[in-house]
Design a protein around this ligand. Structure first.
Ligand SMILES: *Cc1c(COP(=O)(O)O)cnc(C)c1O
Length: 371
């Protein structure tokens, strides 16, 4: 039996054509025309005025935190159940990450626990939409305006998703995206910041480009990074973006098929299909082992590997990361819901190129393991 990788991508649109154009014109660096085109089209897609393309979704977060002036002593609230990029951006800026537990079924930040974490030092809430179902933004926006907090929206997993009909990536001061190959739109490696604030856009562009100054290029008032995206990456991005609607429809179909095939297995908690503010786009198809299952996600992933089925564990909580504990962060923090899903959750092959046959095989292997 052929292996089923956890993610397979589709590059059968205009990717090749646009890449050839880069090679034939000699425009391969970040100065090439696809970068600007990708920024404009991507920003427009989420209803933002400015898009700033960068080299990946992690550095988009670093850029966002610094562009907002968040630094030493400032606190930023974020979910503990997320990728390290979120907390790393806060810590590298010298600020303090303050984590919140997640909700048991949406796997997103528990909104009712945010307010108690707000202190006079809180500067921002970093909202992270998890695995295909967005965070309900309306109560977060009210909290932010009540306490005068900035919002950084990490929409890396939410290309094409909406919340109450508004695009994910349109909320808060700055939103960020990733174009890693498992995201709905990929550029191999890549990321984007989007914002409506001209001054923030200028700051992000400057930070991305070593804080070179237009009039006095090699004279620096501030430290930036080289986080530029190449024209080659943007060429792939423009081609991918042309197919976003199709990709979302395909992801929803994959999610729906898995749910149909797995819903009567009494040992699995499946992703929520929809809420009153959004319908799942299944960035990945995650499942959580119910408490009556006597083994954890590691064990079932090992068993699926014997059937040559690729999986990934869920995120590991930020407050349980040795790297942060060594820094003295998150002493005595407990987030039982996130700790549980981190141990009992995993995701199954759900990339855009997966076939119906593969979906069926994954489902029947899961069924066999529990029989
Ligand atoms: C993928 C991802 C990132 C990081 O993006 P990279 O491009 O891999 O650096 C950040 N946040 C979330 C929520 C992600 O899923």
């Amino acid at each position: 039996m052929n292996p089923i990788p956890v993610n397979e991508i589709l590059l059968d649109g205009n990717e090749k054509k646009y890449l050839l154009e880069c090679i034939e014109t000699g425009w391969i660096s970040s100065e090439g025309p696809f970068v600007k085109q990708f920024e404009e089209q991507f920003a427009a897609r989420v209803g933002r005025r400015y898009g700033i393309a960068v080299s990946n979704g992690s550095v988009a977060l670093d850029t966002a935190v610094v562009a907002l002036g968040i630094g030493r002593g400032d606190e930023v609230i974020l979910p503990t159940f997320t990728i390290i990029s979120c907390a790393a951006a806060i810590v590298r800026a010298g600020a303090i990450p303050v984590v919140v537990d997640c909700e048991p079924h949406t796997w997103n930040i528990n909104i009712s626990q945010i307010e108690e974490k707000i202190t006079p030092r809180t500067k921002a809430i970093m909202v992270v939409h998890i695995y295909g179902l967005p965070v309900d933004m309306m109560p977060i926006l009210s909290l932010a305006s009540k306490y005068g907090l900035q919002i950084i929206e990490d929409a890396a997993e939410m290309h094409g998703q909406t919340c109450n009909g508004l695009p994910c990536g349109s909320f808060g001061a700055i939103s960020t995206f990733s174009f890693y190959p498992n995201k709905h739109v990929t550029t191999g490696e890549g990321g984007m910041l989007v914002t409506d604030d001209e001054e923030l856009a200028v700051r992000c562009r400057s930070l991305r480009n070593l804080c070179f100054q237009p009039q006095k290029r090699f004279f620096h008032e501030e430290l930036g990074w080289n986080f530029r995206m190449t024209n080659l990456q943007a060429a792939v991005g423009v081609a991918q973006l042309e197919r976003l609607e199709e990709f979302i429809a395909r992801k929803r179909y994959i999610g729906q098929r898995y749910t149909e095939l797995l819903k009567d297995i009494p040992f699995l908690e499946l992703p929520i299909v929809k809420t009153d503010y959004a319908e799942n786009i299944y960035w990945v198809y995650g499942v959580v082992l119910k408490d009556k299952v006597l083994f954890d996600a590691e064990e079932i992933m090992r068993r699926l590997a014997q059937y040559k089925i690729g999986t990934r564990p869920f995120f590991w909580c930020m407050h349980e990361q040795p790297v942060f504990q060594k820094m003295g962060l998150f002493n005595n923090v407990s987030c039982p819901i996130a700790e549980r899903i981190a141990r009992r959750g995993f995701y199954i092959p759900s990339g855009l190129a997966i076939t119906d046959e593969q979906i069926k095989r994954v489902a029947s292997c899961l069924r066999e393991i529990f029989s």
